[in-house]
Design a protein around this ligand. Structure first.
Ligand code: NAD
Length: 435
């Protein structure tokens, strides 16, 4: 379902009218394309407090040139902020430049991990979250603001490259933690085809977000396995043929789905994307047990079962990546979606608890994407007024596209993203629902 309002505000009379009426002004987002692979402009590197990060070589490898004015990207290193006085340097650094950041530009604030032993430092480092999210809500013109907590700049290279590119067009207001390592194979990987030689399985990939994820992972060089229910096999086959991959007709709720995937892929798997999901909305008072259990089974129980089975079978090779699909409905809650919200919050819980163990025992990272309002068949079925509210109630005042979730997934699946583990990253244009 096309977003007609976005089309209207792209015309001069439409813009005039909607401005006069005080209506939202969504900007046309600049997304990645082969012709437009990076931001339009340079990078400004600022520092607040005294930083110990060795950032310059990492920023040099983003391919963005240093900009003294009118930047397309600003990186503010605030890891050295330790008290309210040095926090003022965040204001001093950004206040003069924020107005000149290009449309669809990026501001990335770097913070330190929260230190429970030093409550002054913890207070001002936590303050960076409120700062980032507030700036994200006011900055406009398709510009995004995110916070990365890190201790090692090299470990965050794949994350900074993603956030400082058109690929992160719909990711704003996020706080992403990057560990100290292992980094992965940052230098060894082919920049254009980082997943070359790897196999990626995407559940629910016959259409919608899953199809876009399969397409993006194939662009990045992966051999893709397009899994969907047997009824969707023709579509799954069409997607697989287009991407040079293979289709796998399987209901992911089958008790032995994990074992069957492992049997189909005797050489193992590198990337596992749990994307299949369903909604069966009703308020709890009207919700029969089968509407509850079918949603919990597809969205959570099957994710738990297949993950356990594939890890137990050793089917995920070391360096592997698991990306599950949560939802902002699971983080913020949504009327009529107690079943769906429970299932998606469960996914976030699974990711946070399993991530350290999966990395230690199998060398596999586990993260989640949490989409907001994404333009798919699922959201086209939402009643008009709720759909319109869903589209506008975010800092970018528009719905995201499946490719926005796919690009975020591709960053998490990247061989150099080994230090990103246990994160739940919202792809929601900074939805007003939840944090
Ligand atoms: P969609 O309905 O367009 O596609 C879902 C796919 O999953 C379909 O191809 C379907 O056949 C498949 N599927 C369903 N049950 C399955 C099963 N038992 N086994 C195998 N495949 C199965 O949905 P979408 O909008 O592309 O959503 C994809 C994921 O993103 C879901 O997990 C959804 O909950 C989540 N999500 C979507 C949005 C959004 O705005 N569209 C927002 C938040 C989260």
């Amino acid at each position: 379902m096309a977003d007609r309002y976005l089309g209207l505000t792209a015309t001069a009379p439409g813009r005039f009218l909607t401005r006069r009426l005080g209506l939202p002004q969504p900007a046309a987002l600049r997304r990645w394309s082969p012709q437009h692979p990076s931001l339009d402009g340079g990078l400004l590197h600022l520092t607040a407090g005294t930083s110990a990060l060795d950032l310059a070589p990492v920023l040099a490898r983003t391919g963005l040139t240093a900009a003294a004015s009118d930047p397309a990207a600003v990186v503010l290193d605030a890891t050295g902020v330790r008290d309210v006085d040095t926090l003022a340097e965040v204001h001093a650094a950004l206040h003069p430049v924020v107005g000149s950041v290009a449309a669809s530009g990026r501001i990335v604030v770097l913070g330190a991990p929260l230190d429970a032993g030093d409550h002054h430092r913890a207070a001002v480092q936590q303050a960076l979250e409120g700062f980032t999210r507030s700036l994200g809500k006011e900055i406009g013109r398709g510009r995004t603001v995110n916070l990365v907590r890190l201790t090692d700049a090299a470990a965050a290279e794949s994350t900074l490259r993603f956030l400082l590119s058109p690929k992160s067009a719909y990711v704003s207001g996020q706080v992403i933690g990057v560990g100290a390592g292992p980094v992965g194979e940052a230098d060894a990987v082919d920049r254009d085809r980082p997943l070359a030689g790897r196999t990626a399985l995407v559940t629910g990939a016959a259409r919608g977000i899953g199809e876009a994820v399969a397409e993006t992972l194939a662009r990045d060089g992966a051999r893709v396995v397009v899994l969907d229910v047997p009824q969707a096999e023709p579509d799954a086959r069409r997607v697989a043929d287009r991407l040079g991959g293979r289709a796998l007709a399987l209901d992911i709720t089958a008790a032995d789905a994990g074992e069957r995937i492992a049997a189909e892929l005797p050489d193992g798997l590198d990337v596992l994307i749990h994307n299949a999901g369903v909604t069966r909305d009703r308020r709890l008072v009207n919700m029969p047990a089968d509407r509850w259990s079918s949603v919990l089974d597809v969205n959570l129980a099957s994710v738990l079962r297949t993950t356990d089975a594939l890890l137990a079978e050793g089917a995920l090779r070391p360096g592997g990546r698991i990306v599950a699909t949560a939802s902002i409905a699971g983080l913020a809650g949504n009327a009529g979606q107690t079943n769906y919200g429970a299932s998606k919050a469960g996914v976030a819980g699974l990711v946070r608890a399993l991530a350290p163990r999966a990395l230690a025992e199998h060398g596999v990272t586990v993260n989640a994407v949490a989409p907001g309002f994404i333009e798919t068949r699922m959201t086209a079925a939402v009643p008009l007024l709720i759909r319109e509210a869903g589209r506008r109630m975010n800092s970018l005042a528009q719905g995201g596209l499946p490719v926005d979730v796919a690009e975020t997934t591709a960053w998490l699946a990247h061989p150099a993203s080994g230090a990103v583990n246990g994160q739940v990253v919202r792809v929601c244009g900074q939805s007003l629902l939840g944090a």
